[in-house]
Design a protein around this ligand. Structure first.
Ligand SMILES: NC(=O)c1ccc[n+]([C@@H]2O[C@H](COP(=O)([O-])OP(=O)(O)OC[C@H]3O[C@@H](n4cnc5c(N)ncnc54)[C@H](OP(=O)(O)O)[C@@H]3O)[C@@H](O)[C@H]2O)c1
Length: 305
């Protein structure tokens, strides 16, 4: 089933959406981007330029629209969480048809937001491991020599998931299907939330966090893992800490980079989501709560400037 092209919509052609869309276009899939006017104009006029540590440098033409008008096989959602609701106004459920919805946002709460708009069985859980930045509308810098996507769909027939993963792999994306949405979403969040909250709250690298805030790191990882396990994931505290100890000392988080650059960070989607899940399952998360408050203050400062 991987020989026939899929029609694809990409909502939010930024670092992630631009890269995934361009890679799918390169593989022969017709892709339409749902974008805001300035980005839509840039894409339609100049296409997408990708400079990639994995795929090399390439250019593809692009078509962008403010609102999806015709059904697609796959709708990739790749906005920041802070822009999700507004962006989804450009994807009416009747236009989506029977297509699959693959969100690649970090966090967990977007699942409910998507399932309010689209049939639950069409909405998948997705996670992407990549480092990709939109340097200008239509220009994507893919710095990581990998692009790994995991999908799961608790309410979706396995054959549809397998076909999707096969299509992505055929295009050059390292895609796999996992058993369970909680595993896909929380395995990523269990590492990302401590990294993002600690590096942002202290303006520190991962190495500095390890050296100067060890007790807090261990506390937060313990809390996030408890929330993850209560939510159905099987992630393990020692595994997350071990991973944290192995990342490069100079590693920073995208939340931290957003704050430093004056962009709205995804504080609520990452830290708020952990606290809500913890509260929902009766898990105490005081260290996470303190760090979240500090990050919220930084987000408020960004909003005020
Ligand atoms: N970048 C990474 O390496 C990476 C890695 C893993 C996970 N993630 C996650 O992936 C998600 C996307 O991150 P990103 O880095 O790709 O963000 P990004 O570069 O800021 O891209 C977001 C895109 O959403 C678009 N957008 C905003 N409002 C919109 C609207 N109303 N309608 C249509 N499009 C709209 C933006 O368009 P404009 O051009 O109009 O601003 C922008 O192109 C986040 O949840 C992030 O945490 C990112």
């Amino acid at each position: 089933m991987t020989d026939s092209p899929w029609s694809v919509a990409v909502v939010g052609p930024g670092g992630v959406g631009g890269l995934v869309g361009a890679v799918l276009t390169r593989a022969g899939h017709p892709v339409v981007y749902v974008a805001r006017p300035r980005t839509a104009a840039a894409l339609t006029a100049g296409g997408l330029h990708v400079a990639s540590a994995q795929y090399g440098d390439f250019h593809v033409p692009a078509t962008a629209v403010p609102r999806l008008a015709a059904p697609v096989d796959l709708c990739v959602v790749a906005t920041k969480a802070t822009a999700l609701d507004a962006a989804l106004d450009g994807v009416p459920a009747e236009a989506l048809g029977a297509g699959l919805v693959l969100p690649l946002l970090n966090g967990v709460d977007h699942m409910a937001a998507l399932r309010e708009r689209f049939p639950a069985a069409q909405v998948l859980a997705g996670a992407i491991r990549v480092e990709s930045t939109r340097t200008a509308p239509g220009r994507i810098a893919h710095a990581s020599p990998f692009c790994v996507v995991e999908v799961a769909g608790d309410r979706t027939p396995r054959t549809r998931l397998d076909t999707l993963a096969a299509q992505l792999r055929a295009a050059g994306i390292d895609a796999s299907v996992r058993d369970g949405e909680a595993a896909v979403l929380w395995d990523k969040l269990a590492f990302l939330a401590p990294l993002a909250l600690l590096t942002t709250a202290y303006g520190a690298t991962a190495g500095e966090v390890r050296e100067r805030h060890r007790a807090e790191l261990e506390a937060v990882v313990g809390e996030v893992v408890s929330a993850a396990r209560a939510s159905g994931a099987t992630v393990d505290t020692q595994a997350v800490l071990g991973f944290f100890d192995r990342v490069p000392a100079g590693m920073r988080s995208s939340m931290q980079r957003d704050v430093e650059a004056g962009r709205m960070p995804e504080v609520d989607a990452i830290g708020g989501a952990v606290l809500r899940a913890a509260a929902g399952h009766g898990v105490d998360a005081p260290a996470t709560g303190r760090l979240l408050e500090s990050c919220r203050q930084k987000a408020d400062q960004v909003a005020a400037t």
